[in-house]
Design a protein around this ligand. Structure first.
Ligand code: THU
Length: 160
């Protein structure tokens, strides 16, 4: 038996003001998307903005449903739209922001496991890392230099 250690690294910025200009711009787009989310059941609004290597910016937000599992997260709404409209483009960067009507979201809010799995598919497909910035409504912003860093032990096509 041997112990296997798995590490992840995040870079944490004190606020959106500390981000590189292009990342701050993308986060602003995520804010705009977030504020248009349809989340009447959770009151938890999430917005995502995606920069593609063709210069397009795709945004998405969470879409809920009275049949709860039929809803979809912001990250998947956005990345599936990007994949469907621009199948040959690579995702350069994603920005994610979440707010809640129930309590302040002052710490970075990471994408859920299902969204990480979905983003991983595209990172593996394009063979280049996707930079991911995530935050709450305000406050600190976390950056991961790849999706793989957020999802060690990914389930991928190599096992099929
Ligand atoms: N949600 C997202 O949009 N992204 C995530 O990564 C986590 C959760 C949404 C789903 C649901 O509409 C609400 O947030 C509460 O879970």
């Amino acid at each position: 038996m041997k112990e296997v250690k798995i590490e992840s690294t995040l870079y944490v910025f004190e606020s959106i003001g500390e981000l590189p200009k292009e990342a701050a711009f993308l986060m602003q787009k995520a804010f705009e998307a977030r504020d248009k989310a349809y989340a009447p059941y959770s009151n938890f609004n999430v917005g995502t903005a995606i920069l593609l290597d063709n210069g397009e910016i795709i945004t998405g937000n969470n879409q809920e449903n009275a049949s709860y599992p039929s809803g979809l997260c912001a990250e998947r709404t956005a990345i599936y739209y990007a994949g469907s409209q621009y199948p040959d483009a690579k995702v350069v960067r994603m920005a994610i922001s979440a707010t809640s009507k129930n309590k302040p979201t002052l710490n970075p809010i990471p994408p859920c496991g299902a969204c990480r799995q979905a983003i991983a598919e595209y990172e593996i497909k394009q063979e280049s890392p996707i930079e991911i910035y995530f935050m709450g409504e305000t406050g600190k912003v976390a950056k991961s230099t790849s999706l793989a860093n957020l999802l060690p032990l990914v389930f991928d096509k190599s096992v099929l």
